[in-house]
Design a protein around this ligand. Structure first.
Ligand SMILES: Nc1ncnc2c1ncn2[C@@H]1O[C@H](COP(=O)(O)OP(=O)(O)OP(=O)(O)O)[C@@H](O)[C@H]1O
Ligand SMILES: CC(=O)N[C@H]1[C@@H]2OC[C@@H](O2)[C@@H](O)[C@@H]1O[C@H](C)C(=O)O
Length: 366
């Protein structure tokens, strides 16, 4: 049975809430619907960043001490607003939607300690929007011993089914953290690769007050510090085979000091790209085609560096293939909600390290 699902994603970049509608049976995508975006205000973003810092001390995943309670309220309200304006703009009624896939905001991710925490009150959201809301997508996987991330690979696989590109294909998502899905026939392998835009965003914010390096213009004018990158790549994470996952702030301690904005941006952009390239020798075969999604696909310098580093493979942005660079993760959580409703696996041993294929998600009803 086909379902009409709305997916909601608030990613590690903390930039805002992505919304997307998708029609799917959880296996194939019948149609993409419209997409939308509700940015966080500067106040909300600062509060969420603070919540991430405080979440480091969390001992129970349900606990919301200190600022985490306020952060959760902000996340829930922002998502309710995102849905309300999305419905109004696209003339969609609550009754038209079978399920909403609500990822929430990750504030802590430590799968080795069986801890992954996404804040956002699904029951309050379901009541506000009058639609059933699936949430807590990562919990079952982590409880069973998996990484709990990345979860988008099953969606990447569905999209790649109709893609006419030479395999193996890798779908690369560059959000706050970067992650890859390797697809070759029936083989599906996935993992996080290292930093995406988060280190670069934090650096830009600190040195220029800008939220990110728009189109990669700053990095284009600078020179990357090869010695700093070589040192950073010694982190044992990069030699680990997939599956593996990261917390947004796992690399935050790698602070670039005394670098000009241009050289610093060039260095951190090149670090993200080099970290992505480290995955190639850990895959069964060299990928022939790369599809790049997430905000990083809008960074021209990052895309240029990726093409140089991954040649002779073909490197294209998701937009160029008719997929959506910006909405792909929100679509994925709509798709995952449909899979969760049908009891289909969200993750596999080779995507998150879970011992057996694992479904997930919990439904909150209005
Ligand atoms: N025009 C642009 N030029 C350069 N970078 C951009 C541009 N637009 C967005 N970005 C980068 O993309 C980031 C947002 O990416 P995205 O929306 O994929 O993140 P996310 O949803 O938080 O991701 P994830 O959950 O995968 O970590 C911004 O913080 C910024 O670094
Ligand atoms: C714990 C968590 O929220 N992880 C995110 C994060 O952002 C990118 C990368 O790290 C990925 O592993 C994951 O998000 C995507 C949507 C996923 O689960 O596939």
């Amino acid at each position: 049975m086909m379902l009409t699902a709305i997916g909601l994603m608030s990613g590690t970049s903390l930039d805002g809430v992505d919304v997307a509608l998708i029609e799917t049976d959880g296996k194939k995508v019948k149609a993409f619907g419209p997409s939308g975006y509700r940015p966080y205000t500067d106040f909300e973003r600062r509060l969420l960043l603070q919540a991430l810092t405080e979440a480091v001390h969390l001992e129970a995943r349900e606990a919301r001490p200190g600022i985490l309670l306020e952060a959760e309220r902000i996340v829930t309200t922002a998502h309710a607003e995102a849905i309300a304006s999305f419905k109004a703009q696209n003339r969609i009624a609550s009754e038209d939607i079978d399920i909403v896939g609500f990822h929430g905001q990750t504030v802590l991710h430590r799968p080795a300690e069986k801890m992954t925490v996404q804040i956002g009150d699904a029951c309050a959201l379901a009541r506000a929007i009058r639609i059933p809301v699936m949430h807590d997508f990562r919990a079952a996987d982590v409880a069973a011993g998996g990484q709990g991330a990345p979860l988008v690979p099953v969606y990447h696989r569905a999209l790649a089914q109709s893609l006419e590109r030479e395999g193996p294909i890798v779908v690369l998502n560059i959000g706050g953290v970067a992650n890859v899905t390797y697809i070759d026939g029936d083989t599906l392998i996935a993992c996080d690769t290292g930093p995406g835009n988060a280190l670069l965003d934090d650096f830009m914010n600190r040195t220029t007050g800008q939220r990110f390096d728009t189109d990669g213009r700053m990095a284009a004018q600078g020179t990357a510090d090869a010695a700093w990158i070589a040192e950073a790549l010694k982190d044992p994470f990069f030699a680990l085979p997939p599956p593996k996952s990261l917390d947004r702030n796992d690399f935050a301690k790698r602070i670039l000091r005394n670098a000009s904005p241009t050289d610093g941006a060039a260095t951190l952009t090149a670090f993200t790209v080099s970290a992505i390239a480290q995955i190639v020798p850990l895959l069964p075969q060299r990928p022939k085609s790369w599809v790049v999604a997430g905000g990083g696909a809008r960074n021209h310098t990052m895309m240029r560096m990726l093409r140089e580093k991954l040649q002779p493979a073909r490197v294209e942005s998701a937009d160029a293939l008719g997929w959506s660079t910006d909405a792909i993760e929100a679509q994925a959580f709509g798709f995952l909600a449909a899979r969760g409703l049908k009891g289909l696996p969200l993750s596999y041993p080779a995507t998150t390290g879970v011992p057996i294929p694992m479904t997930g998600g919990i439904v909150a009803r209005p």
